[in-house]
Design a protein around this ligand. Structure first.
Ligand code: PNS
Length: 165
């Protein structure tokens, strides 16, 4: 049984992430979407909210599980019994950081391989950061994220409270 991990911050999940999740799920028997709970950063959405949004986005994908994690990705992969880490590559600008991360992870845990999926052309420009920026200035983000994520985003930005998704 081949288990893969697609790790990320997902703050928030975009159509680009959803596309990579769907395509990765077709490559492995089980795909774990690892949601980083990074206490050093202050994300817009709590890990609980990000997990809920991802569960909604992947509800028609039976072999996908959403799991929050802290600490090193390789430790999480080992604990989960995953042998493959999957990352999306949008453009050459992603490459340097991704290469460094993949090689560091491989040095720490040679049994775990990182594989890259190139992002679909439709989403190659898309990032959670730009989505947040557009939303912060009241722009329409409906073409970047699923509708309920856009609603959540509005709620978050207007009320600064927890998203009731
Ligand atoms: O969506 P992101 O923010 O690009 O995802 C980055 C992520 C979560 C994959 C990366 O920051 C990570 O794996 N963090 C866990 C800590 C870790 O293992 N660091 C060592 C890799 S160099």
């Amino acid at each position: 049984m081949l288990k893969g991990i697609y790790p990320g911050s997902f703050d928030p999940v975009t159509f680009g992430h959803q596309d990579i999740i769907r395509r990765s799920a077709g490559l492995v028997d089980e795909l774990i979407v690892g949601v980083l709970n990074n206490k050093a950063k202050s994300p817009l959405f709590s890990v609980k909210e990000r997990v809920r949004m991802l569960n909604e986005v992947t509800k028609d994908m039976p072999n996908v599980r959403i799991v929050p994690f802290e600490g090193l990705l390789v430790d999480f992969a080992r604990r989960s019994g995953a042998s493959v880490v999957i990352r999306g590559l949008r453009a050459i600008t992603d490459f340097e950081y991704e290469l460094q991360m993949a090689q560091t992870n491989h040095k720490m845990e040679p049994e775990i391989e990182t594989i890259f999926l190139t992002t679909s052309l439709d989403y190659s420009y898309l990032s959670s950061t730009t989505v947040k920026e557009v939303a912060a200035f009241g722009g329409d983000i409906s073409q970047f994220v699923p509708e309920f994520v856009a609603d959540c985003m509005k709620e978050k930005m207007n009320l600064k409270g927890e998203c009731k998704l």
